[in-house]
Design a protein around this ligand. Structure first.
Ligand code: BTN
Length: 237
């Protein structure tokens, strides 16, 4: 594991490092980021106190997206282990009482003829809510706000990595369908009314199931099914 005081983005540094020889499973961890990245081109606020890490994996299949989807499970397990009973909002946000507490950005890249997946994980651990951008404060939360006990980032990361390791070995050794089923059981979006916006438009309906490829199946009012993967997903009351 490589630990830094500050990086622009642990995912970006991981990508630069792919030009060199490094072992699978290498973890880059930064105390803060000056240009943290979120999904869909968004920024990820990365003040000191939070946890910002990227793990480099080399799966046989080029499935960065599904691995990133499943990686939400170890994040939720770690949050629960340390006292925040979080759940998964599709695809891989960890949420507690409807507020986002952690996010994942998984990126697949070919370098030197090898496919790599970078799993970037950001967790609002020891951060005061008012250190996050004002427009997020109504919809985000932090461990510091939700639990009285102080949890050191190295301890949290150790536990998270052991869970991620366990997931990755199951990913390599069992059928992906089993993991998707397990994911479905943990995904709190299923059964809820949602509106999903993609480049093709907006679909409103009930989140109904997770398809074998990891897509969210939404059933609209006419009982037509739509697959949603990437875009903006809102949970409706
Ligand atoms: C999201 O929910 O939009 C994904 C957030 C991912 C943030 C993490 S922090 C560590 C890694 N480095 C980045 O620049 N982003 C990811």
């Amino acid at each position: 594991m490589w630990h830094f005081d500050v990086l622009e983005s642990t995912n970006e540094t991981a990508k630069e490092l792919l030009e060199t020889d490094l072992e699978e499973g290498l973890v880059l961890w930064a105390d803060r980021q000056s240009a943290g990245k979120g999904r869909q081109g968004r920024a990820w606020a990365s003040p000191p106190g939070g946890l910002y890490a990227s793990v480099i994996l080399r799966p046989k299949e080029p499935q960065a997206w599904v691995l990133g989807l499943l990686a939400g499970m170890p994040v939720v397990k770690a949050l629960r282990h340390f006292g925040v009973f979080a759940g998964l909002k599709y695809p891989n946000d960890a949420v507690y009482q409807g507020r986002k507490i952690a996010g994942i950005l998984s990126e697949g890249v070919y370098r030197r003829e090898t496919y790599h997946v970078i799993i970037g994980i950001g967790v609002n651990t020891n951060v005061d809510l008012d250190r996050l951008p004002p427009d997020l404060q109504a919809t985000a939360t932090t461990m510091k706000r939700e639990v009285n006990l102080f949890v050191a980032n190295d301890e949290f990361l150790d536990y998270l990595l052991s869970q991620l390791d366990d997931l990755y070995s199951r990913y390599r050794n069992t059928k992906i369908e089993f993991l998707i089923k397990e994911y479905r059981g943990q995904c709190t979006t299923i059964g809820k009314k949602v509106s999903a916006t993609t480049s093709k438009g907006t679909v409103t309906g009930r989140a109904y199931d997770i398809a074998p490829n990891g897509a969210l199946i939404i059933m609209d009012e006419d009982n037509a099914k739509h697959e949603f993967v990437e875009g903006q997903l809102k949970i409706l009351p």
